[in-house]
Design a protein around this ligand. Structure first.
Ligand code: MN
Ligand code: MN
Length: 336
């Protein structure tokens, strides 16, 4: 771990005011800066923006999500007091900028996202994608499936996103997990939605969803049980499988995330969301995404800050990959 001194970290907080720092996630270095400073050295985590929202069914605007999350991430500090992680020092993290994809051709965009994910992950790096709308889950899952086999998807969202089509269209932000299940990418015994709520089209939405491989923890269960009980159920379901974490920011209540495209009342608090993600510590997290941040509906960076902190907790999980659960968040993490 002494190699941490060689790692290229965030811009020097003491030399430059944070608000004047670089426009990267957490003021971290860009990929090309890391490659120039540490030629040939491993880059454990890569962060990629995908400004694509042509798959949305309601309010547009998530194409501006990556820049907004980065802008809202300038205040992130290097030590996670909840988990004991030092996510910028324990591993080399680089911001790869944005992938520009065709907003007029969803099939082409999906293919481009997958090819780019394959390329960025070819050296073994973990990829954190900042969306963009939830259509991105499908190419990201195709990519991690290629290297890890069947994936346990942990999907945090108000919505199932296992619908079949919208107006005949198979590739949208409401359908990625049905397509992924149909393509055989998922471990049908280990996928899970958390935070589901709001009206659906009918009871068959739920029975279909179960056949596609998902178990549901609804948002209201946070009120009736506890984060600890939910984390325990989540860890039992995910087991030792390769886990892909997909966070739709609308899993949060509109009070905690107004800046999103399909808001639903009765969602999680940001505290519940962060503690749920901390509950993944020690599991085999192979990739992650944060999607559906639409800044035009945000106020005072409420949604952007929530998304930035979700990203920080994901980086912290990777930083602590080899560690036993520790810190206050470890109190409710029992070994399997
Ligand atoms: Mn959603
Ligand atoms: Mn979604």
């Amino acid at each position: 771990m002494n190699a941490s001194q060689d790692r290229l970290g965030p811009a020097d907080y003491s030399a430059t005011p944070r608000f004047a720092g670089p426009p990267t996630f957490g003021l971290l270095p860009r990929l090309d800066e890391v490659q120039a400073a540490r030629p040939g050295a491993p880059i454990e985590v890569k962060i990629l923006g995908v400004p694509f929202d042509s798959g949305v069914s309601y309010r547009p605007g998530a194409r501006f999500g990556p820049a907004h999350i980065r802008q809202s991430s300038k205040l992130l500090r290097p030590y996670n007091q909840a988990t004991g992680a030092a996510p910028f020092a324990a591993q080399q993290v680089a911001d790869c900028g944005d992938l520009g994809v065709n907003p007029f051709d969803i099939d082409e965009a999906i293919a481009a996202v997958q090819a780019n994910a394959d390329e960025l992950r070819a050296d073994g790096a973990k990829l954190l994608t900042l969306g963009g709308d939830h259509t991105l889950a499908l190419p990201n899952l195709r990519s991690v499936h290629r290297s890890h086999g069947k994936i346990a998807v942990l999907h945090l969202d108000a919505h199932l996103d296992t619908w079949d089509t919208y107006m005949g269209a198979p590739y949208t932000h409401g359908t990625p997990f049905r397509r992924a299940s149909e393509e055989g990418l998922l471990d049908l015994a280990r996928c899970m939605h958390i935070g589901i709520r709001g009206p659906v089209y009918g009871a068959e939405d739920l029975t279909d969803d179960e056949v596609l491989g998902f178990q549901i923890i609804r948002a209201d269960e946070y009120e009736f049980t506890s984060v600890a009980a939910i984390v325990e159920q989540m860890r039992r379901r995910l087991g030792n499988a390769p886990v892909y974490l997909s966070v739709d920011i609308d899993v949060l209540d509109p009070a905690a995330a107004p800046g999103t495209g399909t808001p639903e009342a009765g969602g999680l608090t940001s505290r519940e969301l962060l503690n749920t993600i901390r509950g993944l510590q020690g599991l085999n997290l192979v990739g992650a995404e944060i999607v559906e941040v639409a800044p035009a509906y945000d106020h005072a960076e409420i949604t952007g800050i929530a998304a930035a902190h979700v990203g920080y907790e994901i980086l912290s999980l990777w930083a602590n990959r080899e560690s036993a659960p520790s810190g206050p968040a470890g109190a409710f993490l029992t070994a399997d």
